[in-house]
Design a protein around this ligand. Structure first.
Ligand SMILES: [Zn+2]
Length: 351
């Protein structure tokens, strides 16, 4: 079968590889859709970050070339030994953050902080989502109800990231929220805030296309931080500042806004992965008694995300702005996004 594999920075290619074989505790799946994540683009342009290149992953032994892709909608084709509760033909998705279930962090329930963290589509031996078949661990697999479209199933993973950020920020219904950055994760945070009953949501985002998307996702106001006064816009909408601020942009200007936009006793939650350190005056925390926290991936929010898409009636499939076949995933997917990132929200690959 064909698989889109990562070799090193700037080097991904379609290879012919053998189909992966299902092992104990695993499921073999046929991939229906797999989203291109911002992390995949990061890995392509600025990596290697998560793919072990030149040396094996200390826990899984995997090293490049590896099959990329972790935002999947898939159908079970084979059930491995010792797996209960799953059948062939069932539609599923899988958590990308994988664990050893043994270390102190796992024992404490902090699976996203596992000392042997490994990632589906980066450092997992069963292949990734940019291939027709893949093998996934049953413990991290979630069933998708028939009421959820396959395209939406591929959005469960990024939606779970957004929902975890709300939890980490301690968000409560009725609060005023500011989201800095309107990329796919910023939009998932926005969708989550809307569903969870935010009083007001302001999104700060320089791209006009993404500002439009932010309003569609539920923002009361989408502000261009380059040409508009964010503080003034926030004051107009909230009557002051924000109770919770989500930093999803990862650039120094937005960090500054995060610090100046939070209310006394509010919370700033960093969701972004940064390419460089940023300068920071702790007096911002002194004079506001604000809390500063972070959010990595998810911890139990897959079930919440799936419930929102099925019982909650949430349909974020409008975020899919392009679909491509695996044969054209490099040119029309990765390279197209690199050339004009603002043009796309979510690109799905069909293997
Ligand atoms: Zn662990």
């Amino acid at each position: 079968m064909k698989a889109l594999r990562y070799y090193d920075r700037g080097h991904i290619q379609l290879d012919d590889v053998p189909e992966p074989e299902v092992g104990p505790g695993e499921l073999k799946v046929e991939i229906e859709w797999c989203g291109i994540c911002g992390s995949d683009i990061h890995e392509y342009l600025g990596g290697p970050i998560s793919v072990p290149v030149g040396a094996p992953h200390p826990y899984t032994g995997v090293q490049a070339p590896v099959t990329l892709g972790h935002e999947v909608s898939a159908v079970i084709t084979e059930v491995g030994e010792g797996v209960d509760g799953f059948d062939t033909g069932e539609r599923v998705t899988v958590e990308a953050l994988l664990r050893d279930d043994e270390c102190a962090q796992c024992q404490a329930g902090n699976h996203n902080m596992c000392s042997n963290l490994h990632v589906y589509g980066y450092s997992w031996p069963g292949g990734g989502g940019f291939a027709r078949y893949s093998v996934i661990p049953a413990y991290a697999t979630h069933k998708i109800p028939a009421s959820v479209a396959p395209e939406c199933a591929a959005l469960v993973e990024p939606l779970a990231v957004g929902l975890h950020a709300l939890k980490q920020a301690g968000f409560q219904a009725g609060q005023d929220a500011l989201v800095l950055g309107g990329g796919p994760i910023g939009l998932m945070v926005t969708v989550g805030l809307k569903a969870a009953g935010a009083r007001t949501i302001v999104v700060s985002e320089p791209s006009a296309r993404r500002r439009e998307a932010a309003v569609r996702a539920g923002a009361d106001r989408a502000v261009d931080p380059v040409s508009e006064d964010l503080d003034a816009a926030l004051a107009e909408v909230t009557g002051g500042k924000a109770d919770v601020v989500f930093e999803v942009a990862g650039v120094p200007a937005s960090w500054k806004s995060a610090m100046s936009s939070v209310r006394p006793h509010g919370t700033v939650c960093n969701v972004a992965a940064w390419e460089a350190p940023v300068s920071f005056n702790p007096n911002h925390l002194l004079f506001t008694e604000a809390r500063l926290t972070g959010s990595l991936g998810y911890l139990g929010e897959f079930a919440d995300a799936i419930a929102l898409l099925s019982d909650g009636g949430l349909d974020p499939s409008w975020m899919v702005t392009r679909t491509v076949d695996l044969d054209h995933a490099v040119e029309d997917g990765f390279d197209a996004i690199v050339k004009d990132r603002d043009e796309f929200i979510k690109v799905l690959v069909r293997p």
